[in-house]
Design a protein around this ligand. Sequence first.
Ligand code: AMP
Ligand code: TRP
Length: 336
Amino acid sequence: MKKRVFSGIQPSGILTLGNYLGAIKRFVEMQDEYEAFYCVVDYHAITVPQAPETLRSQIAHTAAFMLGAGLDPEKMTLFVQSDVPAHTQLGWIMECTASFGELSRMTQFKEKSEGKESVSGGLFTYPALMAADILLYDADGVPVGDDQKQHVELCRDLAERFNSRFGKVFKVPEPIIGETGARIMSLQDPHKKMSKSDPNPAGYISLGDSKDEIVKKVKRAVTDSGREVAYDPEGKPALANLITIFSHCAGKTIDEIVAAYDGKGYAEFKRDLAEAVVEAITPVQEKHDALIADGSFVQILIDGARRAHEVSSRVLKRAKEAMGLSVLLDPEAVRL
Ligand code: AMP
Ligand code: TRP
């Protein structure tokens, strides 16, 4: 039997090059070797306010970009989280399994809530829902970028705690983190991850950007002082990030890139980098546009939700029975 993987992406904006290199490209590679479930996690996106029309369109674009990148409905299951009721149901159970203290230690919550006047309860309990997402599919592995590692570790802790209280219900998953590309940084600040929720669009390359926009953003990307194209993540983090992006987009090693720009300046490097990025994402954009134009992604999501419901409802049932919840699941068991 193939091992299972599960991963999710929030429809909170148009996907960035960071999502593509850090997550989606690997989702595509994994669909052959694993039984893969990929989810557009719209319940996670509403932990911050979303306008309904924008959310609807971002769900469509997120799914179409994932399919455009090469996810194949014949090989994997792609679905939208709010179409599958088991997620919020097990989500609640996981909220009750997690402690306030461990949720308080999640760095993403600290980052996202810092300086905000009002923060939703959902933003705080978000990792419990994420744990439910994963556990519902008996996933062996969870391919994610480096920023999500702490959440997957929490998921493991919750699964183990639940199992020790109620018997072996959940499979305990492992995070699968790529070596490079796991963290693509902002083009404007190499200490911040490239994020679709960055208020400054110069910080990220979106999969929706035109060729001209990409060229402009790469030109404006901050570099470190000096003139040489050298890979030094500690001393020259901005340049190292650009070299990493180049390496992924062009399918070359870091050393090959550095050698190719020996004695050449930043301008030439940036010109070629922009071209490599455009070449990498243009085919994804074209497939995305075709899927949006003919609407064929919709049926894929409907079929995906049906399949996801089949699998997840069985695991949810196991969890509820083990805990002593529900009359309907086993009416005889509650006759005292
Ligand atoms: P999100 O956009 O936060 O829903 O993230 C979706 C997936 O993309 C997760 O696996 C993240 O770890 C990954 N990801 C997001 N931003 C980056 C980035 N800048 N570099 C690498 N991976 C990323
Ligand atoms: N929290 C993830 C992120 O922000 C998205 C996510 C939700 C996820 N549920 C998941 C990722 C389950 C992996 C597995 O990127």
